[in-house]
Design a protein around this ligand. Structure first.
Ligand SMILES: *Cc1c(COP(=O)(O)O)cnc(C)c1O
Length: 473
């Protein structure tokens, strides 16, 4: 593609993107496609000769776009949001244009130093402990795996890195019964074995019970296991339950366990001083992860990972082949030594664009509005006789079910709500997901896109009530 053509097409795409931003509510939230529908429209082999951009763009609009779920749609209220914003998109364009691979300082000094500065900014914006070191990863799953590997190497004094598991006692990891799937996955990959992940019961608010954690640790010590690591959730995926950080951290200190805090979604709420009760005791943690790509309007992927002990981190991951040595290695951070990948994307740029465009106050104002809307919906549901609120709503994720009169059994209610969710999602007008709380099929609704307004949630709530009435009949 000639540069002149690139210039023309890039201008066209700028218009396309702005139109998409303006018209997003007109798309179905989730496309009505079946498995294979998209692939069947794509030729079995690649073209022999290059094709025109116009042809590509036409096929993108005809084949690809109708097969996409629209995560930025105002009624996309499923999972947790993966947000983007205009400044973040602009930064991604620059990142793509420069096309740098930011594995070490030498190959990308500004990317490394901007990442360092942005991580310092975020550390102070969230009031994280002053001595912590941050770096950017692709996902919270990767960061949690990194934490598990650090825990493993700390307790084995790097013997597992050197010799493998030969001669090791069984190392145990603890998390609440509402643990995110990334933890069992990390436990598998790091070699602990899933049977050595101990799930701790939770209380009425679905947060981990610290005395149950201590019981489990003492029990394991009695059995000859070696308690190694606790992963607490600051905001579980099921219901944004907040595991109590201070008492869990004190137990970790008492028994010498590594303490990782998974704040993938809710960590962004620490931008708000009034939400910092959630992070009380965080100075007792060894590592902490949160995703600006979830609720901080930064395009996927962008995960902020902090550790207290930088030397433990780099001793776990650093390998020094001749071809990666540079004369400045003693003076700079080489983020290749801070995690799993060698090659790294330039992710700090979009974060910098987002933070500078909105400012701390602009980000705070949006989060406060999202939380206010979440509280409004929770109150609506509580006042609706045919609906149950099923969990506390500390932020903007609301957990509920439809509960019509008529003496239905728990099993029947589960079935009714499963049907309701399916019908809502099939309508293309809204997308929601579910969880199980105390055996109850629970509908989750969360809305945190950068432009989310109360009327968007009102519209979703009206759809839910209308569909529920139809199913109730
Ligand atoms: C979303 C989520 C994760 C995983 O995030 P990825 O960045 O997609 O790996 C981990 N933990 C919790 C609590 C989450 O909500």
């Amino acid at each position: 593609m000639q540069t002149a053509d690139f210039r023309r097409h890039a201008h066209q795409l700028a218009d396309w993107m702005a139109d998409y931003f303006e018209n997003i509510a007109q798309y179905p939230v989730k496309p009505p496609v079946l498995p294979g529908d998209i692939k069947d429209q794509l030729p079995a082999g690649p073209p022999l000769r290059g094709e025109a951009f116009e042809q590509l763009m036409a096929d993108f609009e005809r084949i690809i776009l109708p097969g996409m779920a629209h995560w930025q749609h105002p009624q996309f209220m499923a999972y947790f949001p993966a947000t983007r914003s205009a400044p973040s998109v602009l930064a991604e364009m620059l990142t793509a244009a420069i096309g740098a691979q930011c594995m070490i300082w030498y190959t990308s000094p500004a990317a490394e130093e901007l990442e360092e500065r942005c991580m310092e900014w975020l550390r102070s914006m969230l009031a994280l402990p002053a001595g912590w070191y941050g770096s950017i990863h692709d996902t919270a799953s990767t960061a949690t795996l990194v934490a598990l590997l650090m825990a493993r190497e700390r307790i084995s004094r790097f013997a597992i890195n050197r010799q493998g598991w030969y001669g090791q006692p069984r190392l145990r990891v603890y998390a609440s019964e509402h643990v995110h799937s990334s933890v069992p996955k990390g436990v598998r990959i790091a070699g602990f074995g899933e049977e050595n992940l101990v799930l701790i019961p939770t209380g009425e608010d679905f947060a981990m019970l610290p005395h149950k954690l201590e019981e489990a640790i003492r029990h394991d010590l009695g059995q000859g296991f070696r308690p190694t690591c606790v992963v607490a959730a600051l905001g579980t995926t099921s219901s944004t339950a907040i595991d109590p950080i201070r008492p869990i951290g004190e137990i970790c200190r008492k028994y010498g366990l590594f303490f990782h805090v998974d704040a993938a979604y809710a960590g962004t709420a620490l931008l708000l001083p009034e939400k910092r009760w959630m992070s009380d005791g965080l100075e007792l943690a060894d590592s902490f992860v949160f995703n600006p790509h979830k609720w901080m309007f930064t395009n996927f992927d962008c995960t902020a990972f902090y550790v207290q002990d930088k030397k433990l981190l780099t001793d776990t991951f650093s390998i020094m082949p001749e071809y990666l040595k540079t004369p400045l290695d003693r003076q700079v951070n080489n983020y290749r030594d801070w995690g799993i990948q060698l090659g790294r994307r330039f992710r700090a740029l979009k974060l910098w664009f987002v933070i500078r465009t909105y400012g701390l106050e602009g980000l705070q104002a949006r989060l406060r509005e999202h939380i206010r809307i979440g509280q409004w919906l929770a109150a609506e549901i509580e006042n609706e006789p045919d609906f149950d609120l099923l969990a506390p709503t500390p932020l903007n994720l609301v957990c509920f079910r439809y509960h019509p009169q008529g003496g239905f059994s728990e099993e029947q209610l589960n079935h009714i709500n499963e049907q309701l969710l399916q019908s809502l999602n099939d309508s293309g007008k809204i997308l929601l997901t579910q969880t199980k709380l105390n055996g109850k099929y629970t509908i989750r609704l969360v809305s945190g896109q950068v432009e989310t307004k109360q009327e968007d949630v009102e519209k979703g709530w009206r759809l839910i009530k209308e569909m529920a009435k139809q199913i109730g009949r």
